[in-house]
Structures are given as C-alpha cells and as structure tokens.
Design a protein around this ligand. Structure first.
Ligand code: PXP
Length: 252
C-alpha cells in the first residue's frame, strides 16, 4: 500500500471560460462535482480581488453543494479574511496577488511579510480553517512559514514546470525536494502546485513527503480534448504511478 497523495483540482478556469461570455455556462460547481466523482480529493478555487474568474456566488454555491473539502485561495486582505471567516472552507491557501499578473507569479514573502501575514494565519487558525502559505521552494521561506504558525505550506512549482527539460529543470526539482525535506523536519505538512501537467507531475508526485498537489489550468485545458473526468483520472494515474515507484524504491 502506498501513501495517498491528495489531488486538489483547481476549477478557476472553468469560470474563466464562463466569464468570457458573461453567462452561466460552463458552471464551475458542475465541474467540481465531476472532479469529485473522477477522484479529486478536494476542490481549489481562487477568489481574486478583481473577480476575474471565480465569483462570490461560486464560493457560496461550492460551500453548499460539494461534499469534498474546499480549499479557498486568497490574498492576505481584510476583505478575503472576512469572506473566509463567513464561509469557513476546510482550508485556505494564502497567495500573493497582483492585479496586473496573469496568474500567481512567485510565492509569498513569508519572511519579509511576517507582520502583515501573522494575523491572517492566526485568524483563520482560530476559526479551524487549515491555513497554508504558498511559497517559493526556499528554506528561508519554509522556516518563516513555520515561525508564522502555519500548519501547511504549498511549494510553487511554476519555475520547475517552465524550465526546459535538462539540468535547469533538475535544479528546480532539487530545490523543491530540499524545501520538502526542510518542511518535514519542521513538522509542516507540505503541498505543491502551479503549472503541473502530465509531463511534469511525475517527479513532483514522487517526492515522498508531499501530501497534496493542486492542479488546475492544465486539467481544464486538457478537458477540452478528452473530457474533465478523463483528464483528472489520467493525472491521478500518473500521480499513483510515481508514488508506487518511489515507495517501491524505499522512498529514495
Ligand atoms: N496552487 C496555487 C497556490 C495557485 O495559486 C494555483 C493557481 O491558481 C495553483 C496551485 C494551480 O496552478 P495551475 O492552474 O497552473 O495548475
């Protein structure tokens, strides 16, 4: 029996397509229900300050209608804290957010932003929302997350996914592995995500101490060709395969 690596399916870009026409189709909540049936362990949704994809109504509907855990991605702002405390998702992942960016570029500065972030981590922790901090795979950031009292970190895999196959990608992978080792030593639960695809997921899923991957854009894009359930099942299969190989190897 291999340890289960959870898959959080990010449904933001179902809302992106819906919003391109301003109507109701395709509905991200319907995508969440299909994702759960296809083997997702959780649903992730990023309520951005500019509401470019997921809306407040989507969050309300997700809370009402899905049976698997909801992970709310949010910026560290008073508005988002109030929304999180009102809806009480199972988990919240604090991410940096800039209006002009296309997606979440880079991780939080948990070290430099200590004073700002501390009350968000505390506030949500007191409300029993499992807080994670989305950070770069950098030991200083992992240590800062632990000092902040966050029980979970999510390592940004964007640079690894963007790097060309070869020594450069390998270097990014080694950074992620080292950050995961540091997290475990500090007693933090470690997740990873951003930019993962069928081609890049294997080496990340093989990191034995990771507990969860959050994957969105690729799965929703692939769903255009193969359907959402098929794209999720294929990702799940690749994650399982990588886990089985690494654990069959004694976790080396
Ligand atoms: N994890 C976090 C914290 C994110 O901000 C995102 C993007 O919203 C993802 C995972 C998923 O990234 P992608 O859509 O590239 O798979």
């Amino acid at each position: 029996m291999t340890s289960h690596l959870r898959l959080g399916v990010n449904i933001d870009h179902v809302a992106t397509i819906r919003n391109a026409r301003g109507g109701r189709h395709p509905n991200p909540v319907r995508a969440a229900v299909i994702a759960a049936a296809a083997g997702a362990d959780g649903i992730t949704a990023h309520l951005r300050e500019d509401r470019r994809h997921i809306s407040d109504e989507d969050i309300e509907q997700l809370r009402r209608e899905i049976k698997i855990p909801l992970n709310l991605e949010m910026a560290a702002t008073d508005e988002m804290l109030e929304i999180a405390l009102r809806h009480r998702p199972f988990a919240a992942c604090i991410v940096p957010e800039k209006r002009e960016e296309r997606t979440t570029e880079g991780g939080l500065d948990a070290a430099g932003g200590y004073n700002h972030l501390a009350r968000f981590v505390r506030g949500m922790g007191e409300a029993n929302i499992r807080v994670s901090l989305f950070i770069e795979p950098d030991p200083a950031q992992v240590e800062a997350a632990q000092r902040l009292g966050a029980p979970v970190i999510e390592l940004h895999t964007g640079a690894y996914c963007d790097a060309l196959v070869g020594p450069n990608r390998q270097r990014h992978l080694e950074r992620i592995k080292a950050a995961a080792v540091r997290a475990e030593a500090l007693g933090l639960e470690c997740h990873a995500g951003h930019g993962l695809s069928f081609d890049t997921v294997g080496p990340i899923a093989a990191i034995p101490t990771l507990k969860e991957l959050n994957i969105g854009h690729f799965l929703i894009g692939e769903a255009i060709f193969s359907g959402l359930a098929t794209s999720i099942k294929e990702m799940r299969g690749l994650m399982n395969e990588a886990r089985e190989e690494t654990e069959g190897d004694g976790g080396r």
